[in-house]
Design a protein around this ligand. Structure first.
Ligand SMILES: Cc1ncc(COP(=O)(O)O)c(C=O)c1O
Length: 473
């Protein structure tokens, strides 16, 4: 029996179409056509318009390699998942070990051991919380938060912030603070109330109604990298407690070290009732998310044997995701990556902040750890202002692409804008970036921003090309 299984493994491993590296490279020349034909054609058009169609063939650590073998520094890190860098050997080893050990997986009528181990290790980082409820994506963890908040408090209202981003499933979209994502998908969930970020008085006014289940907030808003005022999160948490509402920190982007602490709320000494994590949790390899919460909340929802499976998800707690999570925590600690993120982030922030005085297009630099934005604004000088107005008239926020594109095409640095209509360029580097990488980033950003201040400049003519494209289509 064992031999049969081993034989079957060897046979499948040698089947040509299961060699993913070979299959991937067989489509080097037609990958974009294939994806446009069967997938997202508009994304392919966008990539071609802005010259991002490099055709990446390989990823290792903080680097991506295109079809010519050229090396790019990846500061988008898959929307912030590759904190450990791509294809980290410890994560690969953990995943291979699961695949090769014939563990029972998704038995459903059993206690999944790897899930219990990962839960225990996560709770050790937030010892004021007791329980972990796993899901498969950031948005799903947000759905868990909305459901558990409503069910445990018996109240309907969820409060959220302007410019918030919590994902795009229906519950998460209903607390999305940006019309661009919501438009066309209404009607959304009822009883979701939007307030300005950084406005405790507005929060208190809603809480005073007495029907609020939870305030769900990103400690640092991902879209725009908007920073909380110093006492904001603390007073929001206090207000929630006083009014019987849950304070939920969506740390899906900020959590697991991104801001230089395990949780971003630690910077402000806040202990939420619920913390949502995803992205970095599996080292970027397997979709996974978790809602950590107080026992009182958990037990009010799963309050009897009848309700043991009241909120099931087929793939949650699967072995691959749990193993990747366990390995990720191990690497974060073993390689002291959170300290490294804090150190590299401080260096980048310092260098970028110095550009505010030197360059009139740089309005503000915001961030913490390795979550940073450079925000551009309308320049003062007449010639630059005329150029800015021309491309911004075509599409708000288009100027930022005049920075990301030369960063990519001339300096091989992958970044993106901080949100639709945002004028900020955002950096979410892997925590493993080196001192040389930091110099590469600082020199490149400086060169691109300096070039944008010259009129006529390549950046501006590039902007006008985009403007023409966006107007036409
Ligand atoms: C703060 C925050 N919450 C939720 C989400 C949604 O996560 P997912 O895309 O995995 O659904 C994101 C994704 O960027 C996020 O940044």
């Amino acid at each position: 029996m064992q031999n049969d299984l081993a034989q079957r493994r060897v046979e499948s491993a040698s089947a040509a179409d299961l060699d993913m590296r070979a299959l991937h490279s067989r489509h080097d020349s037609d990958a974009y056509e294939l994806y446009a034909r069967y997938g997202n054609e508009q994304l392919v058009r966008l990539l071609r318009t802005i010259g991002f169609d490099a055709g990446f063939c390989r990823g290792e650590g903080q680097y991506l390699y295109d079809r010519e073998g050229s090396r790019y520094l990846d500061l988008l890190s898959g929307f912030g998942v590759f904190a450990l860098g791509r294809n980290h050997p410890a994560i690969q080893a953990a995943l291979i070990s699961v695949l090769q050990s014939d563990l029972p997986n998704l038995v459903q009528m059993d206690a999944p051991r790897l899930a219990a181990i990962l839960a225990q290790r996560l709770i050790a980082h937030a010892p004021y919380l007791d329980k972990a409820f796993f899901a498969n994506s950031g948005a799903e963890a947000v759905e868990v938060a909305i459901k558990f908040a409503r069910a445990s408090t018996g109240r309907p209202v969820i409060v959220y912030c302007d410019h918030a981003f919590h994902g795009v499933s229906y519950g998460a979209l209903s607390i999305n603070g940006d019309e661009t994502f919501r438009a066309g998908f209404e009607p959304l969930l009822p009883d979701c109330v939007r307030i300005p970020f950084n406005d405790p008085a507005a929060l208190e006014r809603v809480l005073a109604r007495g029907d609020v289940a939870a305030f769900i907030v990103e400690p640092i808003q991902g879209k725009g990298v908007n920073m909380p005022a110093d006492g904001y999160l603390r007073s929001a948490a206090d207000l929630c407690r006083r009014h019987g509402a849950l304070f939920v920190a969506d740390e899906i982007q900020t959590g697991l070290g991104r801001t230089g602490r395990f949780l971003a709320v630690e910077h402000w000494g806040v202990e939420p009732d619920m913390v949502l994590l995803s992205k970095i949790l599996s080292g970027g390899h397997i979709p996974v998310s978790v809602a950590l919460m107080r026992k009182g909340i958990f037990d009010k929802v799963l309050d009897s044997m009848d309700r043991a499976m009241i909120s099931p998800s087929t793939f949650a707690e699967n072995n691959l995701a749990m193993a990747a999570g366990i390995a990720t925590l191990d690497v974060l600690a073993g390689e002291r990556l959170i300290e490294k993120a804090a150190h590299a982030g401080a260096r980048l922030l310092d260098a970028f902040a110095g550009m505010v005085d030197r360059y009139e297009l740089v309005r503000e630099v915001r961030g913490k750890g390795l979550m940073i934005a450079i925000d551009f604004g309308r320049p003062r000088s007449v010639a630059l202002r005329a150029e800015w107005d021309l491309i911004e008239a075509a599409r708000e926020g288009l100027f930022a692409q005049a920075i990301t594109v030369p960063l990519f095409t001339e300096h091989r640095i992958l970044t993106q804008v901080a949100g639709p209509t945002s004028h900020a360029v955002k950096f979410l580097p892997p925590f493993v970036i080196s001192d040389d990488d930091c110099k590469w980033i600082i020199d490149s950003v400086d060169a691109v921003v300096a070039a944008a201040h010259r009129v006529p400049a390549a950046a501006w003519s590039l902007g006008k090309t985009f403007a023409a494209n966006f107007i036409r289509h």
